[in-house]
Design a protein around this ligand. Structure first.
Ligand SMILES: Cc1cc2nc3c(=O)[nH]c(=O)nc-3n(C[C@H](O)[C@H](O)[C@H](O)COP(=O)(O)O)c2cc1C
Length: 161
């Protein structure tokens, strides 16, 4: 019943086919359908196709190497002035990933730490007001992963801890 959630897996290998603006826009519509504290929607998105820019993003850290191979990288940015920004951007990012999986695309959440903020903003021309939250490389999947939950009964505390 909830297969549309379980089929979202981190896809780190992509085929060479480009992803259309239409499909990327569908993903972004899903992202912006996310819940947002006081409905402030403190998120911004940059769709990066340029190969040189993607290569530079891929060099930010070990876990970002897929940015060089994916035909598109979506950068998620959040307004630093909003105290719920991280939570809102996380909800939007999960929706991006759920949309990708259900549109037949593969994607992965690449988390960014404090030290990545300035380099990402520099590369993408982002004003200081926004914090680089994460990167989402997207492409047609060149690896298959089983849909799954990782349900752990012991992590659920019914009533009280
Ligand atoms: C906040 C966050 C940061 C992540 N950062 C990375 C990353 O930098 N590189 C990467 O390859 N995967 C990254 N991931 C993906 C996780 O490794 C992945 O979700 C986890 O191994 C579970 O696998 P699944 O997504 O296929 O269910 C990140 C996930 C989250 C939620």
């Amino acid at each position: 019943m909830l297969d549309f959630i379980y089929k979202r897996r981190s896809i780190r290998k992509y085929g060479p086919d480009p992803v259309s603006d239409e499909l990327i826009t569908e993903m972004l519509k899903a992202a912006m359908a996310a819940p947002s504290a006081r409905n402030a929607r403190p998120w911004e998105f940059i769709v990066v196709r340029d190969a040189e820019t993607r290569r530079a993003l891929s060099r930010l850290k070990q876990g970002a190497r897929m940015a060089a191979d994916a035909p598109v990288v979506i950068a998620v940015l959040g307004d630093r002035g909003n105290r719920w920004m991280e939570q809102d951007c996380a909800a939007a990012t999960e929706n991006l990933l759920l949309a990708a999986a259900n549109l037949g695309l593969g994607a992965v959440w690449v988390g960014l730490r404090d030290e990545h903020d300035a380099p990402v903003r520099e590369l993408l021309g982002v004003p200081e007001k926004y914090r680089a939250f994460c990167l989402v490389p997207v492409g047609y999947p060149a690896e298959e992963k089983e849909p799954r939950t990782q349900y752990e009964k012991a992590k659920v505390h019914w009533g009280r801890w």
